[in-house]
Design a binder for this molecule. Structure first.
Ligand code: NAD
Length: 457
């Protein structure tokens, strides 16, 4: 085994070194998970639910330490790290409340001497390759329902969120998940790639479109269930009748929260020409009020950029937009080091020739474009290969519903943004992915349906 070094993106300082997996250890963990799965599938639902409740209690007990670890390794402001862990609790509650019903056998027909039933059988051994931006959310969206459904799980957290991934695994083991039923695989792309080569029954991936596509190609010749939760270029339209100040404040939060590093961050904004200037003024005031700096400071709102290479992506999008005629209204460049910093950046007079309006920014960077009417807004919102979320701000619910029905996205928002609910499925359209997590379907997705045709003698 080699070592993986972990750096604090806010300071550049090395904060930990952990043993990393290699091809041999990945194969050993996969074989152990395969051997352990059948017995886990026999454990009663009541016992599995009790384990998840103990896990939840441990998160509550250790929340401050877990949040500190998360902030140190990804540069997320500490208040937002706490929010992520607190936000995980209702997700766990939802899984606990729904699992028994969602996974129970279902009688579907009785007549003519026949009974027909449906049961939800675990897939077997499932792999979860995960992103760093919300490691507790995206990891647990897979791990917990997959375990409740009777699967063994091979969990490869992002190499940028390894300490949180190891903590999650440790807490689940301490709560009662047998060691081999959940294994954490430590490392980067090469470890993820080694995992794909194992005997797995499902691959649940959260990350970039480029990696998702590579994984789909690798698995194309094998009959492995594949789910991909990928990036987005999430648009919002502010109609002429919207409250410009309320919309601007809400959308500035949606664009800059988690330092813009959310899959459902607001990534482009279209504003009706009648309220465009007022909206921009309120938006700039909201951004100016966001404190950027030490992520461990409770008043910090904009933290560090987790992956250093993303700084060049952000710089290139700004340069491309300015070269094509955009106006820089705030920020626009890296912040001083050490660590990875980028100023909250706002551009206006943008259009769809610019990378900023087409490719995921994944940082504190936003373009605001003026539009003439609803039809132009919808056409621009749909002018993308992605389709994760989309939103409309307006006083008129009927108009919002009509507009959102025309927008290609897995999730749509009226007068809100950057929001995920455990009760609703989370899915993408187009290059934002295939499959789903969360909701009742997000429990059943870790099973296959088995059809029973029963005739009594
Ligand atoms: P990434 O694609 O760089 O990495 C994701 C994971 O894949 C990591 O664990 C990485 O080690 C692994 N990996 C990389 N190359 C691999 C390979 N060849 N084979 C197997 N595994 C490999 O993405 P990231 O930077 O961690 O995450 C950011 C992206 O994730 C953004 O695009 C964001 O929008 C997206 N995201 C989507 C959702 C969603 O729910 N749709 C949620 C969070 C993040």
């Amino acid at each position: 085994m080699s070592a993986l070094e972990i750096f604090d993106p806010a300071t550049g300082e090395r904060i930990a070194q952990v043993s990393a997996d290699d091809g041999a250890s990945v194969a050993a963990k996969a074989a152990a998970a395969r051997a352990a799965q059948a017995a886990w599938a026999e454990v009663t639902m009541a016992e599995r639910l009790a384990i998840v409740r103990r896990y939840r209690a441990a998160i509550v007990d250790q929340l401050d330490d877990l949040a500190t670890t998360l902030t140190r390794e990804v540069g997320k402001p500490i208040a937002q790290a706490r929010n992520e862990l607190n936000g995980l609790l209702p997700r766990l509650d939802f899984f606990v409340e729904q699992a028994a019903r969602a996974l129970a056998d279902e009688p579907v027909f009785e007549g003519g001497g026949m009974r027909e039933q449906l049961s939800h059988v675990p897939l077997g051994v499932v792999a979860n390759i995960s992103a760093w931006n919300y490691p507790w959310f995206v990891g647990n969206n897979v791990i917990v329902p997959a375990l409740l459904a009777g699967n063994a799980v091979l969990y490869k957290p992002s190499e940028y969120a390894t300490l949180s991934g190891l903590a999650c695994t440790r807490l689940l083991h301490e709560a009662g998940v047998p060691a081999d039923v959940l294994r954490c695989l430590v490392g980067g792309a090469e470890v993820g790639s080694a995992l794909l080569a194992q005997d797995i029954d499902g691959l649940f991936f959260t990350g970039s479109h480029a990696t998702g596509q590579r994984i789909a190609q690798t698995l194309a010749t094998r009959l492995v269930k594949l789910q991909l939760e990928l990036g987005g270029k999430d648009p919002t339209y502010v109609r002429a009748d919207a409250d410009a100040k309320a919309a601007a404040e809400s959308l500035a939060d949606g664009a800059m929260y988690n330092t813009g590093q959310s899959c459902c961050s607001v990534e482009r904004i279209y504003v009706h020409e009648r309220i465009h200037d007022a909206f921009v003024a309120h938006f700039l005031a909201a951004v100016a009020g966001m404190r950027r700096g030490d992520p461990m400071d409770a008043s910090t709102y904009v933290g560090a950029i987790t992956r250093a290479p993303q700084l060049a992506v952000l710089e290139a999008q700004v340069a491309d937009a300015l070269a094509k005629g955009a106006t820089l209204r705030a920020g626009g460049k890296r912040g001083a080091g050490p660590g990875n910093w980028f100023e909250p950046t706002v551009l206006t007079e943008v259009d769809h020739r610019m990378e900023l309006m087409r490719e995921e920014s994944f940082g504190p960077l936003i373009g605001i474009q003026k539009v003439r009417d609803d039809d132009e807004a919808v056409a621009l919102m749909n002018d993308t290969r992605y389709g994760l979320t989309a939103g409309v701000y307006t006083q008129d619910e009927a108009a919002a519903r009509a507009l959102l029905a025309r927008v290609h996205a897995g999730t749509v928002y009226w007068n809100c943004c950057d929001r995920v609910s455990p009760r609703l499925p989370w899915s993408g359209v187009g290059d934002s992915g295939i499959g789903l997590t969360l909701g009742v379907a997000g429990l059943q997705t870790f099973t296959r349906p088995k059809a029973w045709h029963l005739r009594s003698p």
